[in-house]
Design a protein around this ligand. Structure first.
Ligand SMILES: Nc1ncnc2c1ncn2[C@@H]1O[C@H](COP(=O)(O)OP(=O)(O)O)[C@@H](O)[C@H]1O
Ligand SMILES: [Mg+2]
Length: 497
């Protein structure tokens, strides 16, 4: 753990010196300022965890400095130091958010305790702030954000509704990556009586096994070398609310056993602790692995699986509920219209065919990303296939995808009616191309390449002409012929007068 930063602001050199000695001895990182304005500047640059602030400074009153520090949010905790504590000053300082007040001459034992308490208190506070933010951010994504027209999704959502308002304390959500497990867990939380309490999310694969137990259950002070203070675990922090354990299949055997006990008895024990504590937490576990199979293969405890699976939801892959694809597309178009200030109305019929036929191995997440990408690139009010990701328009579908690339820049698109892939590198490589029985016109191919080159060159005609290895005049001729000249093209590429 990096050491905490303490800033000393005092105009007496000797006081600064002895404070520095002590703070460094206690393991803090120290900087110092001899007046108020330097102190404020340092605080802004260094965001110290704690400021030790003298009340009487040459250039400013310490209370003014305190006020400005607090307003700017440049110091998490402040302890005031003064030779003649006046009751009024003390009151004022505490009201303005100082953590404590220490008299001079300084009693270093007293200071040491004050510093430690101040740092712990601000740490707790900032953990709470993180929690609150998490809750606020997640509240926005509620139930009505779940799109699903297919019968399977409708049945699932009415089940989700029932489960949310039930008293079930464990729920298992299974499904491939990108099918909406996170989203559904939020819907369950915010439709439950727990909605005003925290929803805490933790990914079991993201935390090393050695830290996981303390993370989940907390630890007592002194439980291990780094445990300088008591710390609440996620179960305690989520008390009254919901704990979402993502990728539960990655939990170690030891922790699987500990988790089972918590689920069965609704009590936890901090690491290094001697007594159990009751907690009221709903656990939603999610997995993209087939847990039943993991049990068969001896990688997941059977008893824990049965406990988790009492109420279990399965999110089907998108390819098994294709009726949801187009409603999802519309939903994401509306979302990105707002976000990107665009006014895309929908998709062309070719795009619709492509999106409906594709396999979507990355499920809704992949679809969402595809729409986001197309929305960024598309200037028309209907999304065309050219801006779909390469994979979506790949040879597997009935269309051809191609790339024009130059110096690492790649633009991708597809030509209706073609089955194979064309690749042109700096206009020199021979395209890998096979022509379908129905044929496709050379003009069609040419037009698409001209369009792609213009896109890749940011509509700079000189550069686009270079990409295609033709003259600028030839390019302009083709742009006009194919109706690809934009109104801005005339000015953008015009040579300076
Ligand atoms: N039915 C749905 N309606 C709207 N958005 C969805 C739906 N399912 C998934 N998403 C969106 O797709 C993305 C991936 O979903 P997520 O819940 O993170 O999947 P998982 O946790 O299963 O990997 C998220 O942005 C989510 O909001
Ligand atoms: Mg997820």
């Amino acid at each position: 753990m990096p050491s905490e930063k303490v800033l000393i602001v005092d105009d007496e050199k000797l006081v600064r010196w002895s404070l520095r000695q002590k703070c460094e001895e206690w393991g803090y990182q120290v900087s110092e300022a001899e007046n108020g304005s330097d102190g404020l500047r340092l605080a802004r640059n260094e965001s110290p965890d704690l400021v030790l602030l003298d009340v009487r400074l040459h250039d400013m009153n310490g209370l003014q400095v305190l006020q400005r520090l607090k307003q700017a949010g440049d110091a998490r905790a402040v302890i005031m130091i003064t030779a003649d504590p006046q009751l009024e000053d003390v009151k004022q300082a505490l009201k303005q958010g100082a953590y404590d007040f220490i008299g001079k001459p300084i009693d270093y034992d007293e200071l040491r305790v004050a510093v430690k308490n101040a740092l712990e208190a601000t740490q707790l506070r900032s953990e709470n702030e993180v929690l609150k933010k998490e809750v606020l951010q997640r509240r926005r994504a509620a139930y009505h954000d779940v799109v699903g027209e297919s019968q399977r999704m409708r049945d699932l959502m009415s089940f989700v509704n029932k489960v949310a308002s039930s008293e079930a304390t464990t729920i298992l959500i299974q499904g491939e990556s990108g099918t909406g497990k996170d989203l559904i867990s939020r819907a369950i939380h915010f439709e439950s009586r727990r909605k005003d309490r925290p929803l805490i999310v933790i990914n079991c694969s993201a935390i090393p096994e050695t830290l996981m137990e303390a993370e989940l259950f907390g630890h007592e002070k002194g439980a291990f070398t780094d445990a300088k203070a008591m710390k609440k675990g996620l179960f305690e922090q989520a008390d009254g609310g919901t704990l979402f354990l993502d990728e539960i299949g990655e939990l170690s055997g030891l922790l699987q056993a500990k988790l089972l006990r918590v689920l069965e008895e609704q009590v936890i024990r901090r690491v290094g602790g001697v007594k159990d504590q009751e907690v009221d937490v709903r656990v939603i576990a999610a997995s993209n692995r087939d847990l039943e199979r993991a049990v068969r293969e001896g990688q997941f405890r059977q008893d824990l699986y049965y406990r988790l699976a009492i109420i279990s939801l399965f999110l089907p892959p998108l390819r098994d509920r294709r009726e949801d694809i187009l409603p999802l597309v519309q939903f994401f178009i509306e979302r990105y219209n707002k976000r990107f200030r665009k006014s895309v109305r929908g998709i062309t019929s070719e795009t619709r065919d492509l999106l409906s036929k594709y396999e979507w191995p990355g499920n809704v997440r992949e679809l969402k990303n595809a729409i986001e990408r197309a929305m960024i690139l598309e200037d028309d009010d209907l999304l065309r296939p050219v801006y779909l990701p390469f994979s979506v328009g790949s040879p597997l579908s009935s269309l051809t995808a191609f790339e024009v690339s130059s110096g690492g820049n790649v633009a991708a698109g597809s030509i209706p009616g073609m089955h194979s892939e064309i690749q042109v590198v700096n206009g020199k490589n021979l395209p890998r191309l096979s022509i379908p029985d129905g044929g496709t016109s050379l003009e069609e191919i040419e037009r698409t390449f001209v369009e792609m080159a213009m896109q890749q060159a940011n509509r700079n005609q000189t550069q686009a002409a270079k990409l295609l290895d033709i003259s600028r005049d030839a390019l302009r001729y083709k742009l006009k012929k194919f109706g690809l000249m934009h109104s801005e093209d005339e000015e953008v590429s015009a040579p300076p007068h």
